[in-house]
Design a protein around this ligand. Structure first.
Ligand SMILES: Nc1nc2c(ncn2[C@@H]2O[C@H](COP(=O)(O)OP(=O)(O)OP(=O)(O)O)[C@@H](O)[C@H]2O)c(=O)[nH]1
Length: 588
């Protein structure tokens, strides 16, 4: 079974005709309208345009339905039911096509394969609790309101829950803001992170106790490459204030559930008499890639049950006998009908596949406007040339400017004319955005200032280790000392633009600095004692920073002199930067 989300006009026509099981000409003239989605402006909307679109979306929200399974009873034959299902499904598709066309509204490339919806129907019918898993970076985009209504239609006793996965990508403040909004809107939700849960299980599995290794005990100066997000142990940062803040309000609202808590929560929904004879059934539904498989694997991992699950391959729902009391029903990932402002938005939300992308400047611009320029420059070690203000530039790079800089840096050139290959660059940059390496969290509808909402995400501590070291090495090389304004890594962002910073830029972006290298997750996560998970930046410790600086400069770690404060460091050593690795740098 194949998921069908984007169909050309002809395919759409043929599928409609097939569903209708009737004669082509009649369908063609009466029912099938060709939708020219490609003619829509693929770029971004102005603020005024966006307001209009949002207004229109609000007005027609009630038409964003999921298809219902037709009524049936014991007397309905399978053939008859099949026919009713096809007819109902056809009507549903026609309704949405008409909505798109007459209102000129852009929609998600919702699932068009009846077989996939049949799986969903079955999951809903048998589940006592239906969990919609959504991506924390844009919870509402991934939520289908009508699905919740449908669940209640099927049986009012069934429960709905929104599980906000990947919550590790949100700061505490962001979770709090979302929690306020969701509570206000009366939506049952919980925060979860399959990734965190997995890390915790792995840590528990590899060794009973951790956190013991500190200070002198580490493999000193081994120079082994650091992978971001890999180990939390030597994170000698100041104890996070957020943890304390959380303790104070000590509430469940913003808590990222551990796997045990998630299991406990499932059980809390189960009726008293649930048991081997009468198990409580939990359905898991959601868009592709929201982390359904990861969530199930985390649950199973905690339970020491092993199944072979292939992420992204789930096409038929599976039932997993999780415990004496609980059965999990895993539905294939499917795209629900929802509104979208632009195609660019669908791309960066991971709904449209990046590899087949033709128009990349819209999504590129979305990335360039959402993530501060200084942070993008620092994370990739690139300098983005923007149009000067006198010539009408805004200081914020366009998608093309960002992609050109990235392409030039990586040596991606088009054949023939030798222009920067922006299309190739786009694939990398957009994938980094989708995976959360370039992180942006959509604020809840009641918060307007998205930049402010995300501000905490863009400091030096959120750079990958290698880039932090490059920054440190650049500062050190220039003998910028602790008294200068840019003396700490944290002070470096945004990179000041001026005489001194030009020199700094030259050192920081010097040829051979390489790209972000193994830029995995630029965040560090940990569960505090209460089991509350927290995200924090990972600023390198003094020892690690020294090692990294030495690596950057090709000198002995002993010769690196950092100032006493962990975050401060002084110049003094004039070791020359050594060009390592990345030959593809052609900034000049
Ligand atoms: N940071 C972070 N990434 C996650 C989390 N959960 C899943 N991911 C990542 O998201 C991607 C998709 O996860 P999957 O579990 O395969 O998603 P899925 O919803 O099962 O996908 P389908 O099988 O296509 O329905 C993977 O790259 C995961 O590593 C999380 O809690 N945090």
């Amino acid at each position: 079974m194949r998921s069908v989300t984007e169909q050309g006009a002809l395919d759409e026509f043929l599928a409609t005709a097939e569903l209708a099981g009737t004669d082509f000409t009649a369908e063609k003239t009466n029912n099938v309208k060709i939708i020219h989605t490609d003619q829509r402006n693929p770029y971004l909307l102005s603020a005024a345009e966006e307001r209009v679109v949002l207004g229109k979306q609000k007005e027609h929200k009630s038409r964003l339905t999921v298809p219902r399974r037709p009524q049936w009873d014991a007397s309905t034959t399978p053939e008859e039911l099949g026919r009713l299902e096809r007819e109902g499904f056809l009507q549903w598709r026609k309704g949405l096509a008409e909505l798109q066309e007459t209102q000129d509204l852009l929609m998600t490339p919702f699932e068009r394969n009846l077989e996939v919806w049949r799986q969903l129907w079955r999951v809903i019918e048998r589940s006592d609790l239906v969990i919609q898993i959504v991506d924390a970076r844009n919870p509402l985009m991934f939520r289908s309101e009508d699905l919740e209504a449908y669940v209640k239609d099927v049986d009012p006793k069934k429960e709905n829950l929104l599980l906000i996965n990947k919550a590790d990508m949100m700061t505490y403040t962001q979770r709090k803001a979302w929690a306020n909004y969701l509570k206000g809107a009366g939506i049952a939700y919980r925060f979860f992170s399959a990734q965190l849960a997995k890390e915790m299980l792995e840590a528990q599995g590899s060794e009973g106790e951790e956190d013991e290794e500190e200070e002198g005990a580490g493999p000193s100066g081994s120079g082994a490459p650091l992978k971001q997000g890999e180990s939390n142990e030597d994170n000698e940062n100041d104890p996070d204030e957020e943890g304390a803040e959380q303790e104070e309000d000590g509430e469940a609202d913003t808590r990222i559930l551990t796997v045990d808590e998630l299991e406990g929560m499932l059980l809390s929904y189960a009726p008293e008499d649930a048991g081997p004879e009468h198990k409580f059934q939990v359905g898991l539904v959601g868009y592709p890639n929201v982390g359904k498989s990861s969530t199930i694997n985390a649950l199973l991992g905690a339970h020491k049950v092993s199944v072979s699950a292939t992420p992204g391959k789930t096409k038929h729902f599976q039932t997993i006998h999780y415990s004496d009391k609980i059965i999990l029903c895993d539905c294939p990932g499917l795209v629900f009908p929802n509104f979208a402002n632009t195609k660019a938005e669908l791309v960066v939300n991971g709904v449209l596949p990046i590899d087949q992308l033709r128009e990349y400047s819209g999504p590129g611009t979305l990335v360039a406007t959402r993530i501060p320029r200084a942070f993008i420059e620092a994370i990739y070690g690139i300098q983005i040339r923007t149009r000067p203000l006198e010539e009408g530039g805004t200081g914020i790079p366009t998608g093309d400017e960002l992609l050109s800089a990235y392409a030039r840096h990586r040596g991606f050139m088009t054949q023939g004319l030798g222009q920067p290959d922006r299309s190739r660059a786009a694939r990398y940059v957009l994938k980094d955005y989708v995976s959360g390496k370039l992180l942006y969290v959509t604020p809840p509808p009641d918060i307007e200032d998205a930049q402010e909402f995300n501000r905490e995400l863009y400091d030096v501590a959120h750079l990958p280790a290698k880039r932090q070291a490059a920054a440190a090495a650049a500062l050190e090389e220039l003998s910028i000392d602790a008294d200068d304004t840019a003396s700490t890594l944290s002070d470096m962002l945004p990179l000041p633009r001026g005489a001194k910073s030009e020199r700094l830029d030259k050192a920081f972006f010097k040829p051979g600095q390489g790209s972000a290298g193994h830029l995995s997750r630029p965040f560090n996560y940990k569960y505090s004692q209460q089991g509350v998970a927290e995200m924090e930046g990972k600023q390198l410790s003094g020892r690690k920073l020294k090692t990294m600086v030495a690596l950057e400069k090709g000198i002995d770690p002993k010769d690196v002199q950092l100032a006493s404060g962990k975050k401060h460091f002084k110049g003094g050593n004039k070791g020359r930067g050594k060009n390592r690795g990345n030959k593809a740098d052609d900034e000049d």
